[in-house]
Structure formats: structure tokens, C-alpha cells
Design a protein around this ligand. Structure first.
Ligand SMILES: Cc1ncc(COP(=O)(O)O)c(C=O)c1O
Length: 371
């Protein structure tokens, strides 16, 4: 095969002049961490998602880890989550000595199936980590109902879903802790970074202490009231985040337009497009994932796309079949058939706010040809 003449990347951040100015301003201020920029960013994120409080942290993974501490997950507990997610959704429970328990997903939403969650509840279950995969809101009301009936806490892994809406209200505004992530492939980026939103002042104070080495609000710099971490979001990253979140609406609209154009171009191509929105679920576009027909050689398709200069990714492998999970817990194929089937057939296409029309045309032409 000859060398591809073009390369279309899977994702790309959208950085503009205002972002650059804000970062430069913070650099020149000399206040690179624990300055005034972090709280400004946090306020904007809280406003954007309709939450009372937002704690910025160093990554989405840090946000998930702290939310385990927040809801009191301890050694010996079980935490139910989705196998069809990024590993951090399950790792956060392991960090606290708890056991991740996977419930299967719904084949159309690719999010947790509430009936499977209910069936997975035991006396040891402490919490549910519900993921909004690919920016599509999970079944919050059913999951909250399960939590209420069994005395569990819900943590929402909205790391891929900033700006999505469930029953008309943004994710993050529904009362329980929600986590967000700002890696460069996300809707908005801070380089590395994340956040936890809550509506409870005490919970927010605990998060602020935990991310800053367990310092108490009243204690001096070298006095620590609890076991904490350095999960702070620095001010340079937060400055970039301010520029990004200021134009969240236009970024989301641009991503939605690219997704809508993919849906049109893919008419007649033998793949299932992502699930469309309905009255209760409005997606925030994170990645554009198609499902190949049963029996398709997905890895071969990806290789032939790569040969023609189009990056794709096998979004997402099932977490329970990752090697460390098999070794640690004895998980194996066949345990979670819906997730495993999705993992074998789903594939992310190049997707970001400024993907050009000609690039999109080329991606779809290439996919049609290699299929
Ligand atoms: C669903 C989900 N949860 C958690 C994370 C972790 O975020 P980070 O990479 O910022 O640690 C990600 C990031 O890709 C994610 O997609």
C-alpha cells in the first residue's frame, strides 16, 4: 500500500486567541496555582451545568477518585458501574479498596441498563458510578430510584458529557455529585483537568480539602486534617478553561453540526449511526461512534482506514476484559454480552468542532470503500 497522502486525526482541541491571551495573562501574573483563576473557572463551570458548587481538579480520574471518598466508599464495598466505559469509571472504586461490579448496558444507548444494575445490587453495594457514554445521558431517574430503594449513592461520570441534558436539565444540575473531564479530546479542554459538581456546601468543602492534601479551611499551610491528595487544577490550566467554557455553546453547536453532517453522509453506508436524541436525552457530542454490522472485521476496517490516512479508534473495549481486570477478578468473555458485542463492533471516526467538510467527505468515502 502506498503512503497515504493525507492524515485526518481522530480529535483536535479548538484553541483561539482569547484562550492564548488568558493563559499569557495568568503566566505573567506569576500566580500559577491556588490563585484567583481557578475559582473563576469553577464558577463558570458551575453556571454552565446548573450546579451550586464546582471543584476543579487535575483530571477526570482525580474527580472520580475524590467522589468515591465523598460518598464514603471503603475497603470491602462494591461499586456498580458500566463495563462499556473508560477504565477510570471502575478504577476509582479500586483505589479505595472497593470491588468494581459491572452491570450490562442497553444496546441502543450503550449506557447502564437499570434492570441489570438492580440485579447486581448486594448487601455490600455502596454506590453506583453511572457513565454518560459518548455524551449521551444515562437513565438518571431509574438509577436514582434504585439508589433510594437500596440506600446507595449515585456518582455520575459525566466526563464525556459536559453540556448534555437529561429531562431538560444539564447533567450536573440533578443534585448528586457529577464528574467532568477536560483532556484535549473533550468538548472543552484545560490540557489535563477535571471537575466535580455538587449542590451541597459541606460536600464541596470536603472536596476542596481532599484535592489540596487534606488541608482544612481553617488550618495553616502545613497542617493537615485528613488524608488528602495533590489533585489541584493549576491556574494556567484554569485560564485556558475560562476561554473554553466562555464559548461552550458555540463549541457544542459546532460539534453538533459536524455530527449532523456525518449522519447525512452515512445514509446508505452499512453502519449504525449513534443514537438520536429524544425528549429526555440531549447528547453533548464527544466522539462520533458507529457500529459495524455483525461479523464485520472491525480491526481490519480500522487498519484499511489508517492505510488511507484516516485515524479511527476501537471505542470502547469492555473494562472487565482488560488484562489487569481478568487477572485481578477472574472476569472472562461472556459475562456481559451486550457490552462485549458493542466493544467488538463500535469504532470512532475522526471528530472535532472544526473538522472540515472535505475531511468528512473523505472519511465517509473511505469508510464506504473499505467496507
Ligand atoms: C467516561 C470517562 N471517565 C473518566 C475519564 C477520565 O478522565 P481523565 O482522562 O481526565 O482522567 C474519561 C476520560 O477519557 C472518560 O471518558
Amino acid at each position: 500500500m502506498k503512503q497515504a497522502t493525507r492524515h485526518i486525526a481522530l480529535s483536535a482541541p479548538w484553541i483561539d486567541e482569547r484562550d492564548e491571551e488568558l493563559v499569557l495573562e495568568t503566566l505573567r501574573s506569576g500566580w500559577l496555582s491556588l490563585g484567583p483563576t481557578g475559582p473563576r473557572f469553577e464558577e463558570l463551570v458551575a453556571d454552565a451545568v446548573g450546579a451550586r458548587y464546582c471543584a476543579g481538579v487535575s483530571s477526570g480520574t482525580a474527580a472520580l477518585h475524590l467522589s468515591m471518598r465523598l460518598v464514603g466508599v471503603e475497603p470491602g464495598d462494591e461499586v456498580i458501574t458500566s463495563p462499556y466505559s473508560f477504565v477510570a469509571s471502575a478504577n476509582c472504586a479500586i483505589y479505595e479498596g472497593a470491588t468494581p461490579v459491572f452491570a450490562d448496558i442497553d444496546p441502543s444507548t450503550l449506557n447502564l441498563d437499570p434492570a441489570a444494575v438492580e440485579a447486581a445490587v448486594t448487601e455490600r453495594t455502596k454506590a453506583i458510578v453511572a457513565v454518560d457514554i459518548f455524551g449521551y445521558p444515562c437513565e438518571l431517574d431509574s438509577l436514582l430510584d434504585i439508589c433510594e430503594r437500596h440506600g446507595l449513592r449515585l456518582v455520575e461520570d459525566a466526563c464525556e458529557a459536559l453540556g448534555a441534558r437529561y429531562k431538560g436539565r444539564p447533567l450536573g444540575s440533578h443534585g448528586h455529585p457529577a464528574t467532568f473531564a477536560f483532556y484535549p479530546n473533550k468538548q472543552i479542554t484545560t490540557g489535563e483537568g477535571g471537575a466535580i459538581t455538587t449542590n451541597d456546601e459541606n460536600e464541596h468543602e470536603l472536596l476542596v480539602s481532599l484535592r489540596n492534601q487534606g488541608r482544612l479551611e481553617t488550618s495553616s499551610w502545613l497542617m493537615h486534617g485528613r488524608l488528602g491528595y495533590n489533585y489541584r487544577l493549576d491556574d494556567v490550566s484554569a485560564a485556558l478553561g475560562i476561554g473554553q467554557v466562555e464559548r461552550l455553546d458555540s463549541i457544542l453547536a459546532a460539534r453538533a453540526a459536524v455530527a449532523a453532517r456525518y449522519a447525512e453522509l452515512l445514509t446508505g453506508v452499512d453502519v449504525d449511526p449513534p443514537l438520536a436524541d429524544d425528549d429526555n436525552h440531549v447528547r453533548s457530542w464527544f466522539v462520533y461512534v458507529v457500529k459495524l454490522p455483525e461479523g464485520a472485521d472491525r480491526d481490519g476496517v480500522m487498519q484499511r482506514m489508517a492505510d488511507r490516512g484516516v485515524a479511527t479508534a476501537p471505542y470502547l473495549p469492555s473494562i472487565h476484559l482488560q488484562s489487569y481486570m481478568r487477572e485481578r477478578y477472574g472476569f472472562r468473555e461472556g459475562m456481559l454480552p451486550v457490552s462485549e458485542d458493542a466493544s467488538a463492533r463500535t469504532m470512532a471516526l475522526p471528530f472535532h468542532a472544526r473538522l472540515g467538510d472535505d475531511e468528512q467527505d473523505y472519511v465517509v468515502e473511505t469508510l464506504r470503500a473499505v467496507l
